[in-house]
Design a protein around this ligand. Structure first.
Ligand code: HEM
Ligand SMILES: *[C@@H]1O[C@H](CO)[C@@H](O)[C@H](O)[C@H]1NC(C)=O
Ligand SMILES: CC(=O)N[C@H]1CO[C@H](CO)[C@@H](O)[C@@H]1O
Length: 324
């Protein structure tokens, strides 16, 4: 019996060994021979930008998420619209993705050192990784080797919105190969950054047509946000997603959900919905665990539908396809 098990193990091993090289895979240090300084260059430019504006980490996290969820992590989000093409940037959901100029700056430096070698999709991935570390988040290795996509269309943008239910959001993550666990951990990215009042104004005044505020919102937070958002509504002010430690990467986001201080409706729902509430409790109780899980989930998100090998292209300008 025992030798039978050994035998099946050997077969399983041989199968895995010989089948895996057939599929391409991203790899850590993909540019180590073709552009040995690639990761250092990215890191230096991000660090410089961060010194001037700490909010860059939040901007990049959101950019990476929006890139990966539309046609995979292929830098389709960076393409500028033209007279014949409405690109992803022009879609309503994208609205406030920012720091495109930082990506341009990194790309320009890389083109100087190693022309047409490092993809824009990898630049987003590496820059996001570096900025997470700068706000005190995990430092993790991230595989590279992505290629840049050849299509960017605004009508393909279909990321979950702030008023999605947990179950709806879970569906969009599932389609991308991500579990509810991954989703709750990745939403922990809301430990940094901002939202515009327009995304939550329904929660403050007329929640789901009731004519009253969202009853799940902490009353102190409600008063505070009504003040900030109501002061100058036409300017659409922004407010921190993590009201306590908006520039620190920690599990405080989850603790605030537990005291009904979630800012977006989807944030608060995570703590209320039985699909996710246990996971929220786990993250709130264990900062080290959250940070570790976040790094893993980011690597997983960074692998969504990537182009590899000879698919796609390496853009020379992240905003335009090489052949127009
Ligand atoms: C169900 C999924 C998600 C929904 C509904 C959602 C929704 C939103 C909304 C509405 C905003 C505010 C945008 C604005 O007003 O400018 C926002 C910001 C942000 N999101 Fe998400 N998000 C989701 C998942 C994620 C994921 C997976 C990440 C990253 C891992 C992420 C990272 C961020 C960050 C860092 C910001 C702040 C951006 C900034 O400061 O510019 N979000 N999100
Ligand atoms: C409202 O938030 C405060 C912290 O800001 C917390 O002490 C309080 O317990 C919260 N109230 C409820 C009902 O969750
Ligand atoms: C930055 C950007 O292009 N924002 C656009 C997002 O979508 C809305 C509505 O479709 C446009 O009005 C914005 O210009």
């Amino acid at each position: 019996m025992e030798s039978f098990h050994k035998y099946t193990n050997v077969i399983a091993f041989l199968f895995l060994f010989f089948s895996s090289p057939l599929t391409l895979a991203l790899q850590v240090g993909f540019y180590s021979k073709t552009c040995p300084n690639a990761e250092t260059i990215v890191q230096q430019v991000v660090q410089q930008r961060f010194a001037a504006d700490k909010s860059v980490a939040a901007a990049l996290l959101r950019m990476h998420f929006h890139d990966c969820f539309v046609r995979g992590c292929d830098a389709s989000i960076l393409i500028d619209s033209t007279s014949t093409n409405q690109a992803e940037k022009a879609s309503g959901a994208n609205g406030s993705v920012r720091e495109f100029a930082l990506i341009d700056q990194i790309k320009a430096k890389l083109e100087q050192s190693c022309p047409q070698t490092v993809s824009c999709a990898d630049i987003i991935t590496l820059a996001t990784r570096d900025s997470v570390a700068l706000v005190g988040g995990p430092k993790y290795n991230v595989p590279t080797g992505r290629r840049d996509g050849l299509i960017s269309k605004s009508n393909e943008v279909n990321v979950p919105g702030p008023s999605s239910t947990v179950s709806q959001a879970q569906q969009s993550f599932k389609i991308k190969g991500l579990t509810i666990n991954d989703m709750v951990v990745l939403l922990g990215g809301h430990t940094v950054g901002i939202t515009h009042c327009s995304f939550i104004s329904d929660r403050l005044t007329n929640f789901q047509g009731t004519g009253a505020p969202d009853p799940t919102m902490n009353k102190t937070l409600l008063t505070q946000l009504k003040g900030t958002c109501g002061a100058n509504p036409s300017a659409d002010p922004s407010i921190f997603l993590d009201q306590k430690t908006p520039f620190v990467f920690d599990n405080e986001y989850y603790n605030q959900l537990k005291s009904n201080n979630g800012v977006l409706q989807i944030d608060q729902e995570l703590a209320v919905d039985p699909l996710s509430s246990t996971l929220v409790n786990n993250m709130a109780a264990n900062n080290a665990g959250f940070v570790q899980n976040f790094a893993k989930a980011m690597v997983k998100m960074g692998g969504i539908q990537v182009l590899q090998g000879t698919a796609g292209e390496i853009r020379t300008n992240c905003r335009v396809f090489n052949k127009n």
